[in-house]
Unconditional design. Structure first.
Length: 342
């Protein structure tokens, strides 16, 4: 006896709902397990900490999300972060620091080094995008090459500037730029969260209200169709990469100020969290699909799981296994969605 059409339609809707939200269900189960093991995890203090820690990762993820929508990827994020942190740290040390790298340089406004590293990251990102869309180099290979080039460049600068020692003694204005905040009753609103919120708002407008955003989705969805429609593939793609670079540079400067020091190892592995958060948030690795709200939700969920695993003292090695499993599940679900549409 077969199901009647109405019953079958309901079953199909339930299957679609479960497929579209499967990764969120999996993460919710993880969260429930963490809370059962350690109920103290549910606290206002932890919430504030997670939101603060997520801020720079949201900014990074907003950058790489656009590249993923284009159908690409970016393994250089972590090294861009490290480079930005090192350059801003060397230029924004306290004038009273005993081992100041640029001893004769007067104190400069923090905005200039931040803009400098944003432009520097945008330069490398533009090369990345140009190589991928002009010479048709596989995105993975191109981003790996950029990653190595950035790491080598910043390591040379780091070794020459401070002989391989961590760069610290940053100016109070610079550290306060990221570590400061507004006290609203018992709630402290960190500046860094405000910067992340502004970046989210700006990128939402870019994705949803500009021609660049429409072209980005068109290119990621079907590059040949976008070309026939008159979209300049190279120009629009490189612009998306440049925006990603600007966001990486800003996030890296914030990370340097937030941590209070910088080395050439800062940012290592950040690309994995950023890309994973995008995939968890529904940005398809096949291109053409994604949303700003999904990116933000993905970062927050991933950060909650990260901090939760640390909170219940899970081995770092097991954490890697869990993160890897989440990524595989998220990509598998994304593939299933694509197959169903086909």
């Amino acid at each position: 006896m077969t199901d009647n059409p109405l019953m079958q339609q309901r079953k199909d809707k339930i299957k679609k709902l479960l497929l579209n939200n499967a990764i969120y269900i999996v993460l919710l189960i993880f969260l429930i397990v963490i809370i059962v093991i350690e109920p103290r995890f549910l606290s206002f203090k932890n919430l504030q900490f997670i939101l603060s820690q997520s801020s720079t990762k949201i900014i990074m993820a907003l950058g790489v999300a656009g590249i993923i929508v284009l159908g690409g990827t970016d393994l250089s994020i972590g090294r861009m972060i490290g480079m930005s942190a090192i350059v801003t740290a060397t230029l924004l040390q306290s004038v009273n620091a005993t081992r100041r790298i640029y001893a004769d340089m007067p104190e400069i406004p923090i905005i200039f080094p931040i803009l400098l590293v944003m432009l520097l990251c945008a330069f490398f990102a533009a090369i990345h995008g140009f190589v991928v869309f002009k010479f048709k180099v596989a995105p993975f290979i191109a981003s790996l090459g950029i990653q190595l080039a950035v790491y080598g460049s910043m390591s040379l600068y780091f070794e020459k500037a401070n002989a391989g020692s961590p760069i610290g003694n940053l100016s109070d204005k610079f550290t306060n730029f990221a570590q400061g905040g507004f006290q609203i009753g018992s709630f402290r609103l960190p500046y860094i969260m405000i910067y992340a919120a502004i970046c989210v708002a700006v990128m939402w407008v870019v994705w949803n209200k500009t021609r660049l955003g429409r072209n980005m989705f068109a290119i990621g969805g079907n590059q040949e169709a976008a070309t026939v429609s008159g979209v300049s593939i190279l120009k629009n793609a490189v612009l998306v990469y440049i925006i990603a670079g600007l966001l990486y540079g800003f996030a890296g400067a914030l990370e340097g100020a937030r941590t209070g020091s910088a080395t050439n190892q800062l940012g290592q592995g950040y690309e994995l969290d950023a890309i994973s958060s995008c995939v968890v948030g529904g940005v398809s690795m096949r291109g053409g699909v994604g949303s700003i709200s999904g990116v933000v939700i993905g970062v927050l969920l991933f950060q909650v799981i990260n901090y939760g695993l640390i909170f219940i003292s899970v081995s770092p090695y097991i954490q890697y296994i869990i993160k890897g499993s989440i990524i595989i599940v998220a990509v598998a679900i994304d593939t299933q969605k694509y197959t169903k549409k086909k």
